[in-house]
Design a protein around this ligand. Structure first.
Ligand code: WQD
Length: 342
């Protein structure tokens, strides 16, 4: 393997990790996938292999396992890491905060320690727009102040960013980028990989597709009394394949040493806000079906509206979201149908 063109993807069997692995390989990188499969399925790695037409090196390792990580770093050659591996269910984090602080903080710390020990310099970190809380001014830029996190999950993302920021300040050899995702949705066009939530989906689009597939009886829309176009909450929904390409652009920036500072943050969204009802209607139209839904009170911890200002990523990463919301919602439904043999 060519060390300079090899990327370690921690959490590479996950939703965004698997789509990013596809885009990295198709951009000419070699990828080592690492995942403990606590919130992912090995079938995702097989799906990626089918798409790229080659086998992948896969390590079933927990990033918190220092010995296993040390052995793998000794054995393999790579000079960039994308760190996705984290728990990410907002509601679960409220009920099990220590599970989140332990895993989401410790796994990053181990990765950073191994990078230092084994002279790996480039890190792309999976952050989230959740660090902004409910912004006062929209759209949010990277300079929009972070607000008090509304969940332990969100707090771990803020703390992770601070861990990287402080490590980069102390060690100029670390070259790091944090990508603040907005709401990732959709699936690969092959329908061989997609979102595979365990149990009842917390997120909107998998709940929509499972309702359309008859797995869920009806979609509950949480709140129609927000100060928005139709009263339902607004988010910036970004196609997972576009999001994956943003990671390739970030790895390229690090590999080509184009950074202005050794810790950079980029918003990765479309720049468009859409309400829940607008998404439901778009899903029905593009997939030519009717969705059962009902309105219920707001969900605890939800913010009203957020969408990204994406100029920095567009200009500095040379990346821009390309998919239309209709294309994305069609891909989500195609994935659900393939998953359920519909
Ligand atoms: C979107 C909107 C819900 C389900 C979280 C994390 C974020 C990222 C994505 C990890 C909200 C409404 C939802 C349903 C609904 N996670 N909704 N009925 O909460 O914006 O973001 O997940 O990377 O970091 O914070 O996403 O999809 O849960 O909700 O009405 O059955 O859909 O109330 O307004 P969210 P979501």
């Amino acid at each position: 393997m060519n060390k300079n063109k090899t990327v370690l993807v921690c959490g590479g069997a996950g939703y965004i990790g698997s789509h990013t692995t596809v885009e990295l390989v198709q951009a000419g990188y070699e990828v080592i996938v690492l995942d403990n499969l606590s919130n992912a399925d090995a079938s995702a790695v097989e799906g990626v292999e089918k798409i790229i037409g080659q086998k992948l090196k896969f390590y079933n390792i927990d990033c918190n396992d220092k010995t296993a990580m040390d052995n793998m770093f000794q054995k393999e050659q790579f000079n960039s890491i994308i760190h996705f591996a984290a728990f990410k269910a907002v509601g679960e984090s409220v009920n099990q905060p220590l599970k989140y602080y332990n895993n989401n903080l410790q796994s990053l710390i181990v990765v950073l320690e191994m990078m230092k020990k084994h002279n790996v310099e480039n890190l792309v970190f999976s952050s989230s727009c959740t660090v902004y809380g409910q912004p006062e001014i929209l759209p949010v830029t990277e300079q929009t102040p972070r607000q008090e996190a509304t969940s332990p999950y969100g707090n771990t993302k803020q703390m992770n960013e601070d861990i990287i920021r402080d490590t980069a300040a102390a060690d100029k050899s670390l070259c790091s980028i944090a990508l603040r995702y907005f709401n990732p949705i959709g699936a690969h066009k092959s329908a061989l990989i997609g979102e595979l939530p365990k149990g009842v989906p917390a997120n909107l689009v998998p709940f929509i597709t499972q309702t359309a597939a008859g797995i869920r009886e009806t979609l509950t829309i949480f709140g129609d009394d927000y100060n928005t176009v139709d009263g339902t909450a607004v988010r910036d929904y970004i196609d997972v394949n576009d999001l994956a390409k943003a990671h390739v652009a970030a790895v390229n920036r690090l590999a080509e040493k184009k950074q202005k500072t050794n810790y950079e943050i980029f918003n990765v969204g479309t720049g468009n806000g859409r309400s829940v009802l607008e998404l439901v209607k778009a899903f029905e139209t593009v997939n030519n079906l009717k969705l059962n839904y009902k309105i219920a009170p707001r969900r605890e911890g939800d913010i009203e509206k957020i969408w990204a200002e994406t100029t920095l990523a567009n200009e500095e990463l040379g990346w821009k979201a390309e998919k239309t919301i209709e294309q994305t919602l069609e891909s989500a439904w195609n994935w659900e149908k393939k998953l359920r043999n519909l």
